[in-house]
Design a protein around this ligand. Structure first.
Ligand code: GLY
Length: 419
């Protein structure tokens, strides 16, 4: 069975509203109360030094914290965290092994801000260079500019001593092939959810669970045929069905009260070549103000750009909001941009990582996670390394773009591929 996003968008009659869409349409009433709960640190005395990171940086935080505690610079500490996933060929959200654009080419984005010297650096759409976090820092330190993109950024990186290398690992190439062969009719061309004429996909005439089970089994077989290792096949299927936007953000605060932030990504999987999301945009993917705090984002880049998320959050804190209130307000602006229309909002997700100058912090997210039992989490180290769940604004689970019929909850819970 072939599903086409354009077919979904253009075809209007396939039956009544799917059960899942109905469930989501009830969600506006479930908007969480601002400040209903906070992380332990908000109640306790904030501590620093402290490092706050997206959870895919967890394994690298301990060493970075030791570096920070030993007097290391805050931006260098944050880069030590994000460089881990950038170097890891198995992390397909960033750097080496990142999922490629629709043409099978890996394009990376990053930006950083150094609080103590109030400087910023950024690169967008960089090919062949894996540590774009360091290249963003080099733009900040070695040029009179803030942002370099594309071929110019790549040539600058080489001039700064970075080696050109093929960033497309065999695993990411096979996932891209799986998408190309089976799902690339559902690409990023055509109007998006923000278009006033966009309609959510029509429901399938067959029972939802059957449609999904068939599709997943077919894709898994294709993954096996392409040589994707058995233990990774369902994860590959998930990436094809729900192209992720990956990304890692890290903010760090030292004992002197200095702070910095960095965000790096391979961006939205199977994007149009040249697409930049929020990660290289100072004020969207990352923002640090030495007087106030630091914030960063992972998730739907297009939505975050429209609310200038990281800058909005820092400004909210400047005007007295707590980290959690500041992040929740930014999430509400995303909801407001869609007039609270859950048939659109369920195709996007966003997590903000927020660190105030006094060491108070919060992680907030639009939805609870991808599925039951898999909440959005972040890593924090203020003397003790731990993972904490981010506080969701909306009850329920996102179903990322591109739009497809709703995955039945029972299948979501049972399916390994959603991990
Ligand atoms: N947040 C990463 C991206 O949308 O590219």
């Amino acid at each position: 069975m072939t599903f086409s996003r354009r077919d979904f968008v253009k075809t209007s009659v396939l039956g009544a509203v799917a059960a899942g869409v109905g469930a989501h349409s009830a969600i506006p009433e479930a908007l969480a109360e601002t400040g209903q709960q906070g992380h332990a640190s908000l109640a306790d005395s904030p501590k620093h030094p402290i490092i706050l990171s997206a959870n895919n940086g967890y394994a690298y935080v301990e060493a970075a914290y030791a570096f920070l505690k030993g007097g290391g610079d805050t931006l260098d500490a944050a880069i030590r965290v994000v460089k881990g996933p950038e170097d890891d060929p198995k992390d397909d959200s960033v750097g080496l092994g990142g999922l490629p654009n629709e043409e099978g080419v890996v394009e990376l984005d990053a930006c950083c801000m150094h609080g103590p010297t109030r400087r910023a650096g950024s690169v967008g759409g960089v090919r062949n260079i894996k540590n774009v976090s360091m290249v963003a820092k080099a733009v900040m330190e070695h040029t009179g500019h803030v942002m370099l993109v594309g071929e110019g950024a790549e040539r600058f990186a080489v001039a700064m001593g970075h080696a050109r290398e093929n960033l497309l690992t065999e695993r990411s190439r096979k996932i891209w092939l799986l998408w190309k062969e089976s799902n690339s009719d559902r690409d990023w061309w055509g109007p998006g959810t923000a278009d006033p004429h966009w309609h959510p996909p029509a429901p399938e005439s067959k029972p939802q669970a059957g449609v999904w089970q068939e599709r997943i089994e077919h894709l898994q077989q294709s993954a096996a045929d392409l040589g994707i290792e058995p233990e990774f096949q369902l994860a590959a299927v998930r990436r094809v069905l729900f192209p992720p936007s990956g990304t890692i953000h890290c903010s760090a605060l030292n004992e002197k009260g200095e702070m910095s932030g960095i965000t790096t990504t391979s961006g939205l999987a199977f994007k149009l070549p040249g697409r930049c999301g929020d990660s290289p945009i100072i004020g969207a993917g990352c923002y640090t103000d030495q007087d106030v705090g630091s914030a960063g984002a992972t998730g739907a880049g297009e939505e975050n750009i429209k609310v200038a998320g990281a800058h909005t959050i820092v400004e909210n804190m400047r005007h007295g909001m707590s980290p959690q209130e500041a992040g929740t307000d930014a999430l509400k602006r995303i909801v407001r941009n869609y007039n609270g229309d859950m048939t659109k909002l369920r195709y996007m997700d966003m997590t903000y990582y927020i660190l105030r100058k006094d060491g108070a912090y919060a992680g907030v997210c639009l939805w609870e996670g991808y599925s039951a039992g898999h909440p959005h989490k972040f890593a924090v180290h203020d003397g003790t390394l731990r993972s904490e769940p981010a506080t969701p604004l909306l009850k329920g689970y996102s179903q990322d773009w591109p739009p497809m019929p709703v995955v039945p909850e029972d299948l979501r819970k049972d399916s390994e591929y959603l991990k």
